[in-house]
Design a protein around this ligand. Structure first.
Ligand SMILES: [Zn+2]
Ligand SMILES: [Zn+2]
Length: 342
């Protein structure tokens, strides 16, 4: 089968032919139908994220059809259309015991990170990681939600947004657009900040009350403070030094700063800035299996829409990464594996 492999930091990915994997007990083999392309892949390629693994198939935004079962898996699962949750914890540590597999220090598998993922014709994964997708939701639209949507739900829950609170979303890519809709769904009032006018228009269409263009002459921090008196929650999805400073400056007292996105820049903050406003800083990484079930349910009943900018064939993955890198995509670039109905 075909697979796009990560060989090491700073090296281009390589399209190779490798053996088709066999499901172990408790696992299934998924025939890929769609796989979203995430900035994580750029971070791997550029060496910003290095988990020490080499020669592994990229891709963690997976949707497909279960086409082979390992020992012990319920035969009814054959043929299911599924979205794949991409963590498999050890199952016994203090984090796994409460369902926080994304924090497991000895995680067993993480497709597209250090075990083989979905930039390939097939992948194997624990059966319980495969979440059934409602018939009216296409696999092409659910694939990006496996990361962008689950990450948004996880960060949104972490921020504990209350009805009427001002929520600023700094960066409206795949995660940002899902987070915007989640924040609206739980009653937040949203301000979207981005440098791309088309995405800002989309943010308004999705219910943001204001959208601010960070490229303009306008001081977005001053504008947020004027509109809100200080945001209750700011989600950082860009992670540049300038955006991180602005995010901190626009929070009100006891504001929550949730960091989801990063670049090569460091967060610089003097403790007094945190102390006198009693700010709360929190990181949010990945998602739980429950978050993954939640996003499928939210998309299924139309509370969150998934945006696919364009689809490409697996062999054109370089082109997809290029579009991602330019940062102009409205929603995700999705690899589509065949032309049959999804
Ligand atoms: Zn991702
Ligand atoms: Zn564990």
């Amino acid at each position: 089968m075909r697979a796009v492999r990560y060989l090491g930091p700073g090296q281009p990915f390589s399209l190779q032919t490798i053996p088709c994997p066999q499901p172990s007990p408790g696992q299934v083999r998924v025939k890929l139908k769609a796989c979203g392309m995430c900035h994580t892949e750029l971070h791997f390629r550029d060496g910003l994220l290095d988990l020490g693994c080499r020669d592994v198939t990229m891709g963690h935004e997976v949707a497909g059809v279960i086409e082979a079962l390992g020992e012990g898996v319920n035969p009814h699962r054959l043929g299911e259309r599924v979205m794949v949750y991409y963590y498999e914890g050890c199952g016994v540590c203090e984090y796994c015991r409460i369902g926080d597999e994304h924090l497991c220090p000895t995680v067993k598998a993480q497709p597209g990170f250090f075990t083989d993922g979905g930039y390939a014709d097939y992948m194997v994964v624990r059966a319980t990681n495969c979440i059934v997708v409602p018939d009216h939701v296409s696999l092409e639209e659910i694939a990006p939600m496996a990361c962008a949507g689950t990450t948004a739900v996880h960060a949104g829950k972490k921020a504990d947004i209350k009805p009427g609170e001002w929520v600023v979303i700094h960066g409206t890519g795949g995660v940002g657009l899902a987070l915007l809709q989640y924040a609206r769904h739980v009653g937040g009032r949203v301000i979207a900040i981005d440098r791309n006018e088309n995405r800002l228009e989309l943010a308004l269409a999705l219910g943001a009350e204001h959208s601010l263009n960070a490229t303009g002459t306008e001081d977005v921090t001053a504008r947020v403070l004027a509109l809100t008196g200080g945001a209750h929650v700011v989600f950082e999805l860009v992670g540049r030094e300038s955006t991180m400073q602005a995010s901190l400056d626009m929070l009100r007292r006891r504001g929550r700063y949730v960091i989801v996105g990063y670049s090569a820049d460091s967060l610089k903050v003097h403790p007094i800035d945190l102390i006198v406003r009693e700010l709360r800083l929190m990181g949010s990484v990945g998602s739980t299996l429950q978050d993954a079930h939640d996003i499928v349910e939210l998309v299924g009943r139309g509370a969150i829409r998934s945006f696919v900018d364009s689809t490409i064939a697996l062999e054109n993955f370089e082109q997809g990464l290029g579009i991602l890198e330019q940062g102009h995509a409205q929603g995700r670039i999705v690899i589509r594996f065949d032309q049959t109905s999804l």
